[in-house]
Design a protein around this ligand. Structure first.
Ligand code: ADP
Ligand code: MG
Length: 390
């Protein structure tokens, strides 16, 4: 999707990934670096071929990114420094969810109470202490490497300890107070910096409502349903404050909980384009999150930047792989056959192999009239999306 945005802007993208990776399928230039983004030598090779280096996943080797940004990479006997955005320091901080949230908490931003959990033989005692401090249920989370709910375990009581130790015991962990939230919101924020690493500005898209099922985001609603504009604006402000305090350029997703008293709490940050911003491809054609990513990392954000959607409503549905490789075929057919004057349907398939629970594409529906009952019109798609997960 980044490449789709880059093409018309005349920006060339070089990808480091496997030979037939999804991005490669639509980016046939000769500069592709074939290999793993976990391999430092491949990352150096990529750095030799580009002016700016960015990432689409935060679970990367930040040592090599630091080296490239500060010392540089050797090209013809000379060292070439390459800007890394978002900053390797930000990626490193975000990689450890516990440290990430400690950082936000110290800055006075609202986070859930959290405590580190010991590993090995001390783990059970540590869990007991967490239960006493946080109450039950609490969330046991992997500090690193988690995504789409992998690495989260809800501990309902002491009877869950054994299973938690068996499933999570080998990871570096922390416990987090369970938040009985009313709703989850997310805000995409664009951060710009000058050449000296000084903050220029932050720009926030409107808040969206995110629905997670089994800890994985399945649906996104713009605007959030049954949410006051005050709460939406509060979320935008909190998200902007969170991103202002980080380093580097780029778009960031801020995931938040709305609690019973309408207060907003920060859940976590993703330092990259995010599925809560996919709807911007159609809803904010002037500045999709991918165009925003390119403009911000290249520091060419126009002063007239506008992030307000041009549609009255949008819903994004993630396509998660089902049990069979062809489980989602019916859904794809439906996007082509479903017709309604008041709703536009956009299909995105990523060219990924289907695996159960893997995000392999998404659908965005939009409407131009505030009177359109978009959720009702999209109901057949929602039903089919839910069906795949059965
Ligand atoms: P991931 O990195 O997999 O996105 P998150 O920490 O964002 O992990 O958790 C995924 C989802 O699990 C959240 O969007 C939310 O629905 C639920 N969740 C996470 N933390 C809590 C919490 N402290 N209280 C209640 N629900 C939570
Ligand atoms: Mg999350």
């Amino acid at each position: 999707m980044l490449i789709e945005a880059a093409g018309p802007l005349g920006i060339e993208v070089v990808v480091l990934d496997e030979a037939n990776c999804p991005a490669r399928q639509i980016n046939l230039n000769s500069k592709h670096v074939t290999g793993s983004f976990k391999d430092p030598e491949k990352v150096r090779e990529l750095a030799r071929r580009v002016d700016v280096l960015t990432v689409e996943i935060e679970h990367v080797n930040t040592e090599v990114l630091e080296e490239i940004a500060t010392k540089g990479v050797e090209v013809d006997g000379r060292m070439k420094k390459v800007a890394v955005h978002p900053s390797w320091e930000t990626i490193r901080l975000i990689q450890d969810k516990f440290l990430q949230k400690e950082f936000f908490g110290k800055a006075g931003l609202p986070i859930a109470t959290q405590i580190p959990i010991e590993s090995g033989t001390a783990m059970k005692k540590s869990l007991q202490k967490a239960g006493q401090t946080l109450g039950f249920p609490f969330m046991l989370k992997a500090r690193k490497g988690s995504y789409d709910g992998r690495g989260n375990f809800k501990v309902d009581g002491e009877s869950d300890f054994e299973q938690a130790i068996a499933e999570m015991g080998k990871l570096s962990l922390y416990a987090e107070k369970f938040q009985p939230f009313k709703q989850e919101l997310a805000v995409m924020v664009l951060r710009t910096e000058d050449g000296e690493g000084k903050l220029r500005d932050v720009h926030a898209y409107p808040a969206v409502e995110t629905i997670h099922e089994d800890s994985i985001c399945t649906k996104v609603f713009y605007p959030p349903r049954q949410t006051s504009s005050e709460v939406c604006e509060k979320a935008r402000k909190v998200a902007s404050d969170v991103i202002r305090g980080l380093k580097g350029r780029g778009v960031f997703a801020v995931e938040m909980f709305v609690l019973e008293d309408d207060s907003v709490m920060v859940n976590e940050v993703a330092p990259r384009p995010h599925n809560s911003g996919h709807y911007t491809i159609e809803a904010v054609p002037y500045m999709s999150q991918y165009k925003a990513q390119l403009y911000s990392i290249l520091d060419i954000v126009p002063p007239s930047i506008k992030l307000q959607p041009r549609v009255a409503g949008a819903i994004m549905l993630n396509i998660l792989g089902g049990r069979e490789e062809e489980s989602h075929d019916k859904l794809v057919d439906l996007t082509q056959s479903l017709y309604n004057d008041d709703m536009d349907v956009f299909l995105h398939l990523y060219g990924k192999a289907s695996k159960p629970g893997r995000k392999i594409g998404h659908i965005t529906v939009t409407s131009y009239s505030p009177d359109t009952k978009l959720e009702q019109l999209a109901a057949p798609l929602v039903k089919e999306v839910n069906q795949i997960r059965q």
